[in-house]
Design a binder for this molecule. Structure first.
Ligand code: CTP
Ligand code: CA
Length: 225
C-alpha cells in the first residue's frame, strides 16, 4: 500500500507532540537519562506538517534538527516537559506523548559536583516520582473533543499490558511497541499495535517510522469525523 501526496486532513488542527527523552540532573555534570532517540516523535511532526496541521513539537534532548514548519519548544527534564506540554495543550486538538519521560528524578540536586572521598562508599541516590504528564493531559482535557495519544513499549503479554495502560492513562489511543522477542503479526521485532479506547486494534507492520506516524494520524483524523 502506498500513500500519494499527503491529504491535508489535519488542516486547521493544532497538534502537540512530545519527543525525545528527559534527563534528570543529579549535579551540574550528571543526569539520569534514557536512550530515546526522538525519531518517532519527529516523524510524527513531519507527517503532521505534511497533512496540514499546525505543529508544536516539545523536544527533550534529541539533538535532531528542527523539522520544517513546526514550532519547536525545548525541555530538559520531566517537570519542564510537563510545563511546555500543558501550555501548548491549552489550545490543542491533539496531544501525542511520544517522549520517554523519566518515571523518577533524584530527590535532591547537588549544586556542586558530587566528589568521591577516599575510603568512603558512595551515598545512595534517593529518587522521587515525576508527574505523569499523559495521565494529567488525558484527565484534564483543555478542549472539548481533544484527542490524547500515548506510546508504550511492553514485553511479555504486550496487548494485555497495553490495554491495561490505555485504561490507566485514560488516553484515546495507545501505540504499543513490543520490545525484545519477536512475536505476533509475523514480522521482526519493533512492529506496533495501536490500541483504541473504543476497543480498536490496528497492527502496524515493521517499517519506517513515518508509516507508523501516518497510521496514528489516520486514526486521529477518523476520530475528528
Ligand atoms: N508518560 C508521561 N509521564 C510520565 C511517564 C510516562 O507522560 N511520567 C507517558 C509517555 O510519554 C508515554 C506513556 O506515558 O506516552 C507511557 O509511558 P510508560 O513509561 O510506558 O508508562 P508508565 O505509566 O511510566 O508505566 P511503566 O511503569 O511501564 O514505565
Ligand atoms: Ca515509564
Amino acid at each position: 500500500l502506498t500513500r500519494g501526496p499527503a491529504a491535508p486532513d489535519l488542516a486547521g488542527r493544532h497538534v502537540v507532540i512530545s519527543a525525545g527523552g528527559t534527563r534528570e540532573p543529579l549535579d551540574p555534570v550528571r543526569y539520569l537519562g534514557n536512550r530515546s532517540s526522538g525519531k518517532q516523535g519527529y516523524a510524527l511532526a513531519r507527517t503532521a506538517v505534511a497533512r496540514g496541521a499546525r505543529v508544536t513539537l516539545v523536544e527533550a534532548n534529541t539533538g535532531l534538527p528542527d523539522p520544517a514548519g513546526a514550532d519547536v519548544v525545548r525541555a530538559g527534564t520531566a517537570v519542564q516537559l510537563r510545563e511546555a506540554v500543558l501550555k501548548a495543550a491549552a489550545d490543542a486538538d491533539v496531544v501525542v506523548m511520544a517522549a520517554a519521560v523519566a518515571d523518577f528524578r533524584p530527590a535532591a540536586y547537588a549544586t556542586g559536583k558530587i566528589k568521591k572521598k577516599d575510603g568512603q562508599e558512595p551515598a545512595p541516590i534517593t529518587l522521587v516520582r515525576n508527574p505523569d504528564i499523559l495521565a494529567e493531559v488525558a484527565a484534564d482535557r483543555a478542549r472539548e473533543g481533544q484527542i490524547v495519544v500515548g506510546f508504550a513499549a511492553e514485553t511479555d503479554d504486550v496487548l494485555a499490558n497495553g490495554r491495561e495502560k490505555l485504561r490507566r492513562k485514560g488516553c484515546d489511543l495507545l501505540v504499543v511497541n513490543e520490545v525484545g522477542e519477536r512475536r505476533t503479526f509475523g514480522s521482526e521485532e519493533n512492529e506496533a499495535v495501536v490500541l483504541g479506547a473504543d476497543g480498536g486494534e490496528t497492527p502496524v507492520p515493521y517499517g519506517p517510522k513515518e508509516a507508523l506516524a501516518d497510521t496514528v494520524w489516520d486514526l486521529v483524523a477518523a476520530r475528528f469525523g
